[in-house]
Design a protein around this ligand. Structure first.
Ligand code: MG
Length: 382
């Protein structure tokens, strides 16, 4: 069952864990790509001997080429490099764990080339859900979700009839500020926001988890991945991150997927589907946990979450606008330009600022992205 895999975003948290899974099962690595981490990318190239490596940051290209001059690996760069890798004839599956909107074009390119995609890049579906899913259907390409919640839902759908699903229960850890009031959120520092209780992740997604925007993005992704109406998605705060999500069927039977909070399980399921083999992680011991808790999310205090749900309910370009505004606001927060609560303030002001518009092409996505970022930059400097 050895597969040939290319990984976009190989030096990030999902990328490095994906390589661990590929190594465990002896998968062949066709190509690797990263944003700018040349040293780690060089180490990965020396270990996995890919045919190609891609570096998104053009200024790192010469450095990486020199580092790999004694190897057979060809070095590519920029968006062109990512897209070339996404469409390689040798790929059985393309794993996309790039962070941000940058991931959309490589995903569309892989689908156009008829390559199955293991998808960890949230923005791909949030901003371009309609485009991605209709193109995948047209090309007969499968999208395997890597996000733990969507993998859980995907697993709970196996062996059941999709049309008999009544709703999904999307679980949320609640992040480090669960139960905090809006006034308490005013005091949040960058160091506090960068610490997540259950999951070890990159900076952007860790901040998104603290604002609950991450759950909002996952809500939008679920709508597209599983072709649901927004009112069929219920968010449940489950602090222990043991139940990764569940599906309710028409007979009110609820099927959930459980496991330790380790991304290697959903990564492996996406790469090995439909097979299940030992995963390089720990077993779940429910008795170690003893108690599992469930609560409703506070969408008034955590404005990003409420806004994301509003955006997908409104439809059109709103999910894309809200996502790009959030990306820009998180960047400003990480650069110490704004406070933690400003992220929610900025994101929640987006729907009323923009008139309704449609997304019909990749260019429409990029235009909405540009407008949202421009709005946020002006908001911050003003
Ligand atoms: Mg998740």
């Amino acid at each position: 069952m050895s597969k040939k895999v290319s990984i976009l975003g190989s030096t990030g948290s999902i990328g490095t864990q994906s390589l661990e899974v590929c190594e465990k099962h002896g998968f062949e690595i066709v190509a690797l790509a990263a944003h700018s981490s040349v040293q780690l990318l060089e180490e990965q190239a020396r270990k996995f001997h890919p045919k190609y490596v891609g570096i998104y940051s053009e200024e790192k290209y010469v450095d990486l080429r020199q580092r790999l001059a004694d190897t057979d690996t060809e070095v590519l760069c920029g968006m062109e490099g990512l897209c070339k890798i996404a469409a390689l004839e040798e790929n059985d599956i393309v794993l996309n764990s790039v962070v941000g909107m940058v991931g959309l074009l490589p995903t569309l390119t892989a689908i156009n080339a008829g390559k199955d995609v293991a998808l960890a890049n949230k923005e791909t579906l949030v901003a371009g859900g309609e485009l991605v899913m209709s193109l995948a259907e047209e090309k007969g390409v499968k999208i395997y979700p890597i996000d733990s919640e969507h993998s859980a839902i995907f697993q709970c759908l196996q062996g059941n009839k999709r049309e008999q699903l009544s709703k999904i229960l999307l679980t949320a850890s609640g992040g480090p500020f669960f139960g905090w009031s809006y006034d308490q959120l005013r005091t949040v520092t960058k160091a506090q926001a960068l610490k997540h209780p259950n999951w070890d992740m990159g900076a952007k997604i860790t901040i998104d988890s603290a604002t609950l925007m991450n759950k909002g993005l996952e809500f939008i992704e679920a709508r597209w991945l599983f072709d649901l109406r927004p009112d069929q998605i219920e968010i449940i705060v489950h602090r222990q991150s043991v139940i990764h999500s569940a599906v309710e069927y028409n007979d009110f039977s609820v099927i959930a997927q459980l496991g330790v909070p380790d991304m290697k399980i959903p990564i492996q399921y996406a790469l090995l589907y439909p097979d299940r083999m030992e995963c390089p992680t720990r077993r779940l011991s429910l008795t170690d946990y003893g108690t599992l808790t469930f609560a409703k999310p506070d969408i008034e205090t955590f404005k990003c979450l409420g806004t994301a749900i509003k955006a997908i309910t409104l439809g059109g370009a709103y999910p894309c606008l809200v996502n790009s505004a959030n990306e820009e606001a998180v960047r400003a927060f990480l650069n110490d330009e704004i406070q933690f609560i400003d992220i929610g303030e900025i994101v929640s002001s987006v729907p009323e600022h923009f008139a309704p518009s449609d997304i019909r092409s990749y260019e429409d996505v990029m235009e909405a992205d540009r407008l949202a970022r421009e709005y946020v930059r002006e908001h911050i400097s003003g």
